[in-house]
Write a new protein. Structure first.
Length: 497
């Protein structure tokens, strides 16, 4: 207290608000310009060594002010984005963001609400978004849910609820105990976030039975039934089936309705990983493919993928809201609710998940949905599915390329083919083509394995992509394939033609 001088009290607020206003307006203009001109830039630029070095600076003890820091942000950070806002970003499964998302995120930053609980606007906005989700997916009004960082977290949260229900012991109080014998089921195509969830639950990844798929990459129901029976006979305790509504490799959708029947008959928890595919429910044309989604015990999906809400935002819905609440609620005296005042508000988001302090994810989802309406997102999803068909046809018509699987949703897998290459050589060639496409800033597909072959995988969750982008992708893939082959002194029959 000795050296505290009230006349020198500090704050982080700007000393000169007008100066800050000018900087902030410039930054907003820069952000809008950045987005508006994205098509003119390379999809991706590797971070140069000197920039990496510049980002390994010692921690600043004395600040340099906002103006200089913003100038560094422009030089060191802005040019080196991951590229997913670009019209030709087709890698993994990533959304493109929206222009208005800048506004929603800016306002959320101004409010800086802690959305773990208490009685303020954010809780009502989040409940509004969750109610909309229940409507979209046909969940009952008394279902519960939570906005989370993404589908990985959503799946974990749901599987905790499932484990606690089927454990046969009070897991929250006593730990795993007999529940260590619990086993879950999903197809071999399931995303690894389900494996991670089982590991995190303390059940181990061996507790996930990976069931083969049919020729359409959908879970084989007969083999699933056999696996459940075998586990029961061995004294294990089947508790959960994870269905995929859009697999990461090919976009396959399991037969969700049949899985719901099976889970009902076998008394198993039915979880659906709908990371991107669930958004197809917004399209009248695609929705029938998701029949059965409304019967899931829990569903995880993302707003940041096929709905383009700025990162990050996923969602978990749990049919039995009371079970969801019971799995997470914990209110020590410092988090007691109240009938009135800021501590009111009944059930808080922290009663449904792991996070206490949380950002205002709901605001950007609310804004995006109010601005565009669900129909628009359904139309955009269908547009991407049509583009996938267009690309598949283009690949089929291109002699140097081979379509590896007919697209059923928005993912196209193909490869450059050259005669007389071993599988390993062909894999390495296609891997190099993908790297070249990325490093030259042309396009950013990723890779996948289809029937053992390394594929150039194009996932179209992109509202900026146009048909001409797929024309360019195919032309450049062929050009680079020939170039890489030539560089390796290998011959291609098509090249020599
Ligand atoms: C089918 C599927 N499930 C789960 C995930 C994980 O989602 P997130 O990255 O939002 O955690 C992904 C990511 O691409 C996915 O495609």
């Amino acid at each position: 207290m000795d050296d505290f001088m009230p006349e020198r009290e500090q704050t982080l607020d700007p000393a000169d608000w007008d100066e800050f206003r000018r900087l902030a307006h410039r930054a907003l203009d820069d952000a809008i310009g950045y987005l508006q001109t994205v098509r003119e830039r390379p999809v991706w630029v590797p971070v140069p060594e000197e920039v990496k070095t510049s980002l390994r600076q010692p921690i600043p003890v004395d600040g340099q002010g906002a103006e200089q820091t913003y100038s560094e942000l422009q030089q060191l950070i802005l040019p080196y984005a991951s590229g997913n806002i670009h019209p030709r970003f087709f890698g993994w499964v990533q959304g493109s963001g929206t222009a208005s998302g800048i506004v929603a995120e800016m306002m959320a930053a101004a409010m800086n609400s802690n959305c773990g609980g208490r009685d303020h606007g954010a809780g009502y906005v989040e409940n509004c978004v969750l109610d909309w989700c229940k409507q979209i997916f046909g969940f009952p009004k008394d279902a519960a849910g939570l906005l989370v960082s993404g589908t990985s977290m959503a799946t974990l949260i749901a599987m905790v609820v499932a484990r606690n229900k089927y454990a046969g012991v009070d897991v929250r109080r006593d730990g795993l105990g007999a529940s260590a014998r619990l086993v879950a089921y999903a197809s071999v195509e399931v995303h690894e976030s389900t494996t991670k969830a089982l590991e995190t639950l303390g059940l181990g990844n061996q507790a996930l039975r990976r069931i083969p798929t049919n020729s359409s990459f959908e879970i084989d129901l007969e083999k699933l039934t056999e696996a459940i029976a075998a586990d029961r006979a061995a004294g294990l305790k089947p508790f959960c089936v994870v269905g995929s509504a859009g697999t990461v490799n090919t976009g396959a959708i399991d037969d969700l309705d049949s899985l719901a029947d099976l889970c009902r008959d076998q008394d198993l928890w039915f979880h659906i990983d709908g990371a991107f595919g669930a958004i197809a429910a917004l399209s009248d044309k695609l929705r029938p493919r998701l029949r059965g989604i409304e019967r899931a015990d829990s569903l995880s999906f993302d707003f940041h993928k096929w709905m383009h809400v700025q990162y990050d935002c996923g969602c978990v819905l749990v049919r039995d809201g009371a079970l969801h609440h019971a799995a997470y609620t914990m209110r020590p005296p410092y988090l007691q609710g109240a009938d009135r005042g800021l501590a009111a508000g009944g059930q808080w988001p922290c009663d449904f998940g792991l996070e206490l302090s949380r950002s205002y994810r709901a605001l950007k989802v609310w804004f995006t949905l109010k601005e565009n309406g669900t129909r628009k997102f359904g139309d955009l999803a269908f547009q991407n599915v049509q583009q996938a068909r267009y690309l598949a046809e283009l690949v089929k018509q291109t002699p140097d390329l081979e379509l590896l699987v007919e697209p059923t949703l928005n993912i196209v897998s193909f490869r450059y083919r050259a005669a007389d290459l071993t599988r390993a050589e062909s894999d390495s060639l296609n891997k190099d083509i993908v790297a070249e496409l990325q490093e030259r800033g042309i396009a950013a597909p990723s890779t996948a394995r289809i029937h053992g072959d390394l594929a150039i995988r194009v996932c179209i969750t992109n509202h900026r992509a146009r048909l001409e982008d797929f024309d360019l992708l195919v032309a450049e893939t062929v050009r680079l394939g020939r170039e890489v082959l030539q560089a390796r002194h290998l011959s291609s029959p098509h090249y020599s033609r």
